[in-house]
Design a protein around this ligand. Structure first.
Ligand code: ADP
Length: 176
């Protein structure tokens, strides 16, 4: 349960397996692949994804670009570049919020009815999960409160701890 009239779900698992219209990648500025969820998405999607990414010429931190999903169940991948955590004084919260808004706008404009997010920036990029999840929940709730598409958003967590953090936040912010 939880949030924006039941339009937000939390799952634990591998985002590459989700049958949603779009999944979000936690990419880096090159968009040419990396470790973590980025590596998993490129492995699962196959070489067509990297070929399309080469033609995008990178992406600025705080923004996102769309590609097809190739061998993934998802039709689209939104490649978001989150900030590297540097203590919080270098605009990281605003840049992370901007990633979520950029992906949600891509979903809206493409007509993606369901979109799944990983916990952007909270792996190798070091963003503290509680703070990052708070931004993710706030931005998604704000967007869903304003726009009808996407209809549903999935927070795809890679650990039980992360899942509990999202669930707790959504319970707190649930409308009575
Ligand atoms: P970043 O560089 O933005 O920190 P990472 O890929 O290192 O990106 O980590 C982002 C989050 O994605 C972390 O919570 C990590 O545990 C999670 N993650 C890694 N692989 C997967 C996957 N296959 N599905 C969903 N989440 C994943």
């Amino acid at each position: 349960m939880g949030g924006a009239g039941g339009r937000i779900r939390v799952v634990k698992g591998d985002i590459t397996t989700l049958a949603v219209d779009a999944i979000v990648n936690a990419a880096n500025e090159s968009l040419l692949g990396g470790g973590g969820v980025d590596g998993a998405i490129h492995r699962a999607a196959g070489p067509g994804l990297l070929a399309e990414c080469r033609g995008l010429y990178g992406c600025e931190t705080g923004s996102a670009k769309a590609t097809a999903g190739y061998r993934l169940p998802a039709r689209w991948v939104f490649h978001a570049v989150g900030p590297v955590w540097a203590g919080g004084g270098r605009g990281e919260p605003g840049l992370l919020a901007s990633c979520y808004r950029s992906c949600l706008a891509l979903a809206r404009d493409a007509g993606a009815r369901s979109v799944a997010f990983p916990a952007i920036s909270t792996g190798v990029y070091g963003y503290p999960i509680e703070a990052a999840a708070g931004i993710a929940v706030r931005e998604v709730q704000g967007f869903l409160g304003t726009f009808p598409v996407p209809e549903t958003v999935v927070f795809c967590c890679f650990s039980d701890r992360d899942r509990e953090i999202y669930e707790t936040l959504l319970e707190k912010t649930d409308a009575p």
